[in-house]
Design a protein around this ligand. Structure first.
Ligand SMILES: Cc1cc2nc3c(=O)[nH]c(=O)nc-3n(C[C@H](O)[C@H](O)[C@H](O)COP(=O)(O)OP(=O)(O)OC[C@H]3O[C@@H](n4cnc5c(N)ncnc54)[C@H](O)[C@@H]3O)c2cc1C
Length: 465
């Protein structure tokens, strides 16, 4: 994989940079290259970009705006800041890991698959764990989400610097060049480029058979909610809850609720539930050749998906859609099996045919399917663990005209992206889940952050210059 910026294939639209612009000399005294990436100054010595861009007397180039401070936003911001590009980063650091996931959850990924990306060494999860004086994580160590949040905060302090907690309310084309970005507090500024790193925000999927249960929209205190709406599942202690879905979110939410005293029924459309296999440490040479390892698992298909997102991007969109549907489908982490099997009622081959809100506020579910579970269930709450759908229309902070202008990947509502993640609107970049229809399943996982950041940062920096 190319770690430096030089080897990066970029789209044609932005003018090529001045050949000297990113050399150590052009970046100033003390600038150097690390992993081939131009690094302007240590973070501690970089000027406060926020202050710079607000200083009326000395006009500065319009900054790049990064929307979202999760793994993808922080990674691209780390590369931009290291290169001395003016950038403003918005959002709560690791916000969705703090507020949209239930406490007590663990990552499904192994430690080698969740490093955030910076252009200098020493930024990996292992470095953070060492800095806390904790024992080394192995593939057999499930990572608590709380630890991953602390890692993100540590990474931000060391490699990103200032992140503004404000939400971005809207992004529209600016008169002339760039974009007008408006924050929720009313501040408006011009950005030379915008990197959308808003993750799964707004993309939660609710099946149409359930939606009417919550006319005001799904919510933790309504009869229907989505897994992304819970930070604490112990509120269901003593209640009966139906969980719809058979993936990690469904199974882990069910385990957490059962452990805190709820009665849980998991309804799975498929005829079986899949748990990942316990990782094998010290695989033989034969095993490594026939089923190469990758951060997302073993096998040639996963190795290609992880190592060559650009190859995936160039596939016919029908093939890519097939890959997105079939590869890394719903399954539970290997360590979750012991917390579910024999403890939680899991009904396979069952799906909701009809859902009815009863006068006492409970919900009656009529079930169909080839499975042998109940035909009817009455529950206090329905928890939809039904995943997410990439739909650019759900990214409401993008002005309607901008959304209308965005070309889509055929057969999807995801933006069509160039090799440097630029959309059909010059200067507007998408990363993380929103980039998955273009670059494949790796963009759904933290492990794709390095690939994305090393392509986006140099391309976005050219707009700022
Ligand atoms: C329950 C669960 C478990 C998961 N486990 C794993 C795992 O084990 N391994 C893995 O690789 N992936 C996992 N994922 C997928 C995970 O979401 C992504 O890999 C990762 O978080 C993507 O990072 P991101 O930066 O794109 O998005 P996020 O981490 O979601 O960050 C996006 C941020 O943008 C912010 N934002 C959105 N809109 C705005 C706005 N208008 N203004 C300002 N900020 C905004 C959001 O609040 C959010 O904080 C899991 C997902 C879920 C839901």
């Amino acid at each position: 994989m190319t770690l430096g910026w030089e080897g990066v294939t970029t789209g044609q639209r932005p003018p090529r940079p001045d050949a000297t612009a990113s050399t150590p000399r052009a970046l100033g005294r003390g600038a150097r290259r690390i992993w081939g990436c131009p690094v302007a100054q240590p973070l501690s010595k970089q000027a406060d970009i926020h202050a710079q861009t607000h200083h009326k007397q000395t006009p500065r180039p319009a900054p790049v705006a990064v929307i979202g401070a999760g793994p993808y936003g922080l990674s691209v911001a780390a590369f931009l800041r290291a290169a001395g590009t003016p950038v403003r980063v918005f959002g709560v650091v690791m916000g969705s890991w703090r507020h949209d996931m239930a406490s007590g959850m663990f990552l499904k990924s192994t430690p080698d698959a969740v490093d955030l990306a910076a252009p200098v060494p020493g930024a990996e999860l292992a470095d953070f764990v060492r800095s806390e004086g904790r024992p080394r994580l192995t593939e057999l160590t499930p990572i608590p989400c709380a630890l991953f949040v602390r890692y993100g905060q540590w990474f931000r302090t060391r490699h990103v610097g200032e992140v503004e907690e404000s939400r971005v309310a809207s992004v529209a084309r600016a008169p002339g060049r760039g974009f007008t970005v408006r924050l929720e507090d009313g501040e408006e500024f011009t950005a030379s480029a915008v990197v959308v790193a808003s993750g799964l925000t707004g993309l939660a999927r609710i099946p149409s058979t359930l939606a009417h249960l919550a006319p005001g929209g799904p919510a933790a205190d309504a009869p229907l909610s989505h897994t992304s709406q819970h930070a604490d599942l112990s509120v269901f202690a003593g209640k009966r809850v139906a969980v719809i879905g058979g993936g990690q979110s469904a199974l882990e939410s069910a385990a957490l609720m059962q452990e805190s005293g709820a009665k849980v029924d998991v309804l799975v459309r498929a005829d079986r539930v899949i748990f990942g296999g316990r990782p094998v440490l010290g695989r033989s040479r034969y095993q490594r050749v026939t089923k190469p390892g990758s951060p997302l698992g073993t096998g040639w298909a996963l190795a290609v998906i992880c190592r060559s997102p650009e190859f995936i991007r160039r596939l016919p969109s029908r093939t890519r859609r097939w890959i997105l549907r079939r590869v890394l489908g719903p399954s539970g982490g290997w360590w979750l099996r012991d917390r579910v099997d024999g403890l939680v009622a899991v009904h396979t081959g069952r799906e909701v045919a009809k859902a009815e809100l009863l006068p006492d506020g409970r919900v009656r579910l009529r079930l169909t399917g080839s499975g042998s579970g109940p035909a009817e269930l009455t529950v206090d709450h329905v928890l939809a663990a039904t995943g997410y759908t990439v739909d650019i229309e759900a990214t409401r902070f993008l002005a309607p005209e901008l959304r209308a202008e965005l070309a889509r990947v055929p057969g999807t509502q995801g933006p069509r992206l160039a090799a440097d993640f630029e959309s059909s609107v010059p200067g507007l970049y998408f990363t993380g889940n929103l980039a998955a229809p273009a670059f494949g399943p790796v963009m759904r996982f933290v492990v794709g952050a390095r690939y994305a950041a090393t392509r986006i940062a140099p391309a976005a920096a050219r707009h700022a210059r």
